[in-house]
Design a binder for this molecule. Structure first.
Ligand code: BGC
Length: 713
């Protein structure tokens, strides 16, 4: 692909203005097929004869551009006329825009450029190739400024294009790869729920749901009128518009009107928001002119959960919304502040829940290919993929382990060994990195995010009190254990790693005998390290009870704490944590009006005061990792590791009377698995299962084999 095409750019420096590239061509004969292959340094959209081609927002997506750069292929047969005009507009995007506070360009290009190849086959069998070369034209587009964090400035009065010849840009083409991931496009639309005049006198529109996407408006205006609005996730304690947690992200739109009726939505930016503040608008503009459009990767929903407790249902809905909000071509930590990065830890903590909720096979495959590409020669894995933080961020326990945990989880959910084959080298390299850094079996590492945002350290600390060394060793054991499983699944030799795993586990049990935090206990239990599980489960239960049935865990402990309890004899206590409403708890944020998962347990406290503005996202899926427990323990739809991809299923629901009923369903390639239980008037429990595959049913420790079909107990 692109053998004959050249990268083209504007000869002049257009500064912040987004360039548009144009090529006119004639088609004389009937067309059998026509495909546009295109990509940009930056983000682009293409119009043919004034109609948009495809619906991929922020194409070509975000990859480790210096190693892998996606191009897209669009079928344009039905859009082709006799005389054609192709226009491609390019924004800075991740390639050229500022990423992560004020890091500019990340070592990627400083130029907006495109490369194009159109393949046309005529009905008479002849072919034509249209390429990007010096015959294209370029001009300044009406998009005067566009940055992911800062928003967009659009000048609708600038309708005359000053076309000039393009320049050729000599750059590698060998990095170009066909589209691998899901595309990103528009989904739900939210109309304004209400207009608020805040105590400060700000005009604020509430869309009722924290989302990722942008606002579209259609309105009547006069030439030169200006419409300006800002985005926010929350209002402060006094009810004023609050943007401090966006840090340096301006998240602002400025639109300069022409005469008459006009419609606008941004082209190259996105925001995480529930509210917009109208900063400037002519009188003719009405709140009903605005609507909020949800934008995310085109992943298909596969998982559903409901129960009798409306707050738990809301929690589940918040998990879904945080997944939508942060599955934006890559798995991001958050969609609103000057970050929005592919944090590896967040992705691995959430991957299991993500795969229950949606079909994320393709989405993760693409991102994992980037992870592999970004992995350093010594095997260490960056904290963010693509790696924008540099080498110093590589090799962090719990974060870098995404290299092993994510492929393994994707394999378990979809039963396709391809991901294991593709990632195996990377998995081995990561384990070998830890082995080299360790004293053989113990990884005495304190280069760490710790139990990120755990609550058991002194006030204001970002890192929980859990022992860094224990966390390092626990992940060393866990990833090595998963590598053994992956090697077994692939029919490859595994004895060396099994021995390593056994030795790590032995060494951890020898070195660590006391566990002082919930997260330390959780890791020992859920990573199957503890020799005396009962002792540690009792300790965990004690720590939770002493804390008033509340958790203190951060990113590392939270995803597994309920399983650590439910699988070790403390199901009732697990439910107590799930149903806890006081801070810190999942339902505390629900009671505080959350519509997505918060980054911090008290993103907003009882008095409406915020936690540190420096690290306070209201749309962070990490703590939403609890979703998997709703599926696999409350409803009991568990993956059978010996029959991955739900070829067979384990049904092991664990009900609790504080819920009257619960039901979940999971769409798999074999059909939909449904599990439901409810208590009748006499407090008798009933189970209903509808399964397309056979199952092992485990209830109260009793096992039974079930054929595919409907079952009632
Ligand atoms: C991100 C997190 C991430 C963490 C690691 C934060 O800034 O938002 O989600 O995992 O840094 O320290």
């Amino acid at each position: 692909m692109f053998e004959n095409s050249e990268w083209i750019k504007s000869k002049k420096d257009y500064g912040d203005v987004c360039p548009v590239f144009k090529f006119d061509f004639e088609i004389e004969k009937p067309v059998e097929s026509a495909v546009l292959n295109v990509t940009a340094m930056g983000v682009y959209y293409a119009n043919l004869n004034n109609s948009r081609i495809g619906d991929f927002y922020m194409a070509p997506g975000w990859t480790a551009y210096d190693k892998r750069h996606q191009y897209q292929s669009y079928d344009i047969k039905n859009m082709i006329h006799k005389s054609n005009s192709l226009e491609i507009t390019v924004g800075k995007g991740w390639y050229r825009g500022r990423i992560c506070e004020d890091r500019i360009n990340n070592g990627w290009g400083g130029v907006s450029a495109i490369i194009v190849q159109i393949d046309i086959v005529f009905s008479d069998g002849t072919k034509k190739e249209i390429i990007s070369d010096e015959n294209w034209k370029t001009a300044r587009s009406p998009i005067k400024f566009s940055e992911i964090y800062d928003g967009e400035i659009y000048d609708a009065t600038s309708t005359e294009y000053d076309w000039e010849a393009v320049g050729l840009f000599s750059f590698r083409k060998d990095l170009l790869i066909p589209q691998e991931g899901e595309t990103v496009s528009e989904h739900e639309v939210f109309l304004p729920e209400k207009m608020i005049i805040t105590p400060k006198g700000e005009k604020v529109i509430d869309f009722g749901q924290n989302i990722t996407g942008y606002v579209e408006f259609e309105t009547e205006a006069k030439q030169g009128d200006i419409i300006e609005y800002s985005h926010a996730e929350v209002l402060d304690a006094d009810g004023n518009f609050y943007t401090e947690n966006l840090r340096t992200a301006k998240a602002k739109i400025k639109y300069i009107c022409r005469d008459g009726r006009q419609k606008y939505k941004p082209s190259f930016t996105f925001m995480g928001f529930r509210y917009i503040r109208i900063d400037l608008a002519p009188k003719s503009v009405d709140i009903n002119d605005f609507k909020a459009i949800v934008v995310h990767s085109d992943i298909k929903r596969t998982g559903f959960f409901e129960c009798s407790n409306s707050k738990v249902c809301k929690l589940f809905s918040n998990i879904i919304w945080s997944q939508k909000g942060n599955f934006f071509d890559i798995p991001t930590d958050c969609p609103q502040r000057d970050e929005r990065l592919g944090w590896t830890g967040d992705a691995q903590f959430f991957v299991k829940t993500a795969a229950y909720n949606y079909d994320v096979k393709k989405f993760f495959a693409k991102w994992l290919h980037d992870l592999k590409a970004e992995q350093r020669f010594d095997g260490s894995v960056p904290s963010t993929v693509p790696n924008v933080l540099g080498n110093s961020s590589c090799g962090r326990p719990g974060w870098s382990d995404a290299a092993v945990i994510c492929p393994w989880q994707i394999y378990l959910h979809y039963g396709d060994k391809k991901i294991l084959y593709e990632q195996l080298d990377s998995m081995v390299k990561w384990v070998e990195y830890m082995r080299r850094e360790s004293d053989g079996y113990l990884w005495l590492n304190s280069k760490h995010f710790g139990d990120w945002l755990g609550l058991d350290n002194e006030d204001g600390s970002y890192k929980g009190a859990s022992d860094y060394i224990l966390i390092s060793c626990a992940f060393f054991a866990y990833s090595t254990g998963l590598l053994v499983k992956a090697l077994k699944a692939l029919g490859k030799p595994y004895a060396e790693y099994e021995e390593l795993y056994n030795n790590i586990v032995k060494a951890i049990n020898q070195r660590f005998t006391e566990f002082n935090t919930q997260t330390e206990c959780v890791l020992m239990l859920c990573f199957d390290i503890a020799e005396d599980k009962k002792k540690i489960a009792d300790k965990l239960a004690k720590l939770v009870k002493e804390n008033g049935n509340k958790l203190t865990t951060g990113f590392v402990g939270t995803p597994y704490i309920l399983s650590a309890l439910s699988e070790n004899g403390y199901i009732e206590l697990a439910y107590s944590l799930l149903l806890q409403e006081e801070f810190p708890s999942w339902l505390f944020s629900v009671n505080m009006g959350a519509t997505t998962i918060w980054e911090h347990w008290d993103g907003k406290n009882e008095n409406g005061q915020f936690w540190s503005a420096k690290m306070n996202s209201f749309n962070h899926y990490a703590y939403g990792a609890i979703g998997a427990w709703l599926y696999d323990t409350v409803a009991g739809i568990k993956i059978d590791e010996d029959n991955p991809g739900f070829e067979k299923v384990i049904l092991a629901p664990m009900p609790d009377k504080r819920l009257e009923w619960a039901e979940a369903s999971v769409i798999t390639k074999y059909g939909t698995i449904r599990s439901k239980w409810y208590y009748d008037k006499n407090d008798k429990i009933h189970y209903e299962f509808d399964i397309p595959v056979s199952a092992r049913l485990i209830i109260d420790g009793n096992e039974k084999y079930l054929d595919a079909g409907k079952h009632f107990f």
